[in-house]
Design a protein around this ligand. Structure first.
Ligand code: BT5
Length: 324
């Protein structure tokens, strides 16, 4: 049971060097002491150093670099976002798990985060490379008071939150490439995948998938990504605290989502334009059934990219791959 296992880890972490009684934990959760001991063995395999002190219990001595709930929550300043966290060592895709959780009434702000993904996906089910412990592979379930047609703009809300968080934690300025890429030095450092669960007139949940390359060296990426992907470490030369960055993203995401709910897209659009590298450039927009070229004017109040074509007409685009 991953929930009980996560709870045990959280207790060990919060005990801050003091022992946690295996017997008491077993009693509280209706387990055998052997079941608790098995979890401890699993933690050891995962790289945690734990000692068992006779008559007292288990003491956490050191933990590997992991983004479990306890690690994130020590930095968290939010009201709702990140207050429920489920952490995996590995999974196919946090996005699939989040969809499942959302259908089963997971509360607003629930976070699913994994150290590694074996089937990470981008838009149109393209593969998303998610190396173990190197990045942030997470999905946030949000339940804002929005109409279904306002959901795509949540990609832009998330993009602004991510750039602000990078600025705060890492001290560098990334740029946003419409609609869902965060760029550094001309390469992609983060991709966002926004998916919707809705009734015809009401958003039930928006699943915001965020894939961020953090502590990768070039060779941690598959060959075919070397020319198009980068990580925060490659860009800064520094090892980044992933848990701290996740907490900062959740903070800005909560702030900007409620701003969007209360005041509409206007303020988000302004923030977004400040970070975008798309407006004012001549671009090519590759869509499913056509490719068009023109001058990117900016985004509309609905979050559409407005493109001025060579015949002078203006086209609003919902989604595309942009070639600058
Ligand atoms: C995206 O799609 O950029 C959205 C990525 C969302 C990933 C997160 S991770 C947590 C959650 N769980 C999931 O399963 N997904 C979400 P798109 O714009 O379609 O870009 C996909 C393209 O980016 C691929 O076709 C590759 O060319 C490239 N790519 C793949 N992995 C990459 C990486 N780690 N860094 C940079 N580019 C990558």
């Amino acid at each position: 049971n991953t929930n009980v296992k996560n709870e045990l880890l959280k207790r060990l972490f919060e005990a801050d060097g003091r022992p946690i009684s295996g017997q008491e934990f077993a009693d509280e959760f209706g387990l055998s002491r052997t079941a608790v001991w098995k979890y401890i063995k699993e933690f050891e395999v995962e790289g945690y150093e734990i000692v068992s002190v006779r008559k007292k219990g288990y003491v956490l001595i050191s933990s590997p670099d992991r983004v479990h709930g306890a690690a994130i929550q020590q930095y968290l300043k939010t009201k709702r976002y990140g207050r429920h966290i489920t952490h995996f060592e590995t999974c196919a895709s946090t996005q699939l798990i989040a969809h499942d959780f959302a259908q089963n009434d997971a509360p607003d702000g629930t976070l699913i985060v994994s150290e590694e993904q074996s089937g990470g996906k981008g838009r149109l089910s393209r593969p998303w490379s998610s190396a173990a412990h190197k990045g942030i592979w997470m999905s946030v379930i949000v339940r804002p008071e929005l109409l279904p047609q306002q959901a795509p703009q949540m990609t832009l809300v998330a993009a602004v939150a991510i750039v602000r968080a990078i600025e705060e934690v890492v001290n560098i300025e990334a740029t946003i490439k419409w609609p869902n890429d965060i760029m550094l030095d001309g390469k992609k450092v983060t991709g966002i995948l926004t998916e919707l669960q809705a009734d015809p007139d009401r958003v039930k949940a928006i699943i915001i998938g965020i894939g961020m390359n953090i502590n990768h060296e070039v060779n941690d990426f598959p060959e075919e990504l070397h020319s198009i992907a980068t990580s925060l470490k490659i860009a800064t030369g520094q090892e980044i605290n992933r848990a701290k960055l996740i907490a900062a993203i959740l903070g800005f995401l909560e702030l900007y989502t409620s701003m969007y709910e209360k005041h509409g897209f206007g303020p988000i659009k302004l923030l977004w334009e400040g970070y975008s590298n798309t407006a004012g450039k001549r671009i090519r927009a590759v869509m499913l059934n056509e490719t068009i070229e023109g001058l990117a004017l900016g985004i509309s109040d609905e979050g559409l990219l407005e493109l001025k074509l060579d015949d002078g007409s203006i086209r609003g685009i919902y989604s595309a791959d942009i070639v600058l």
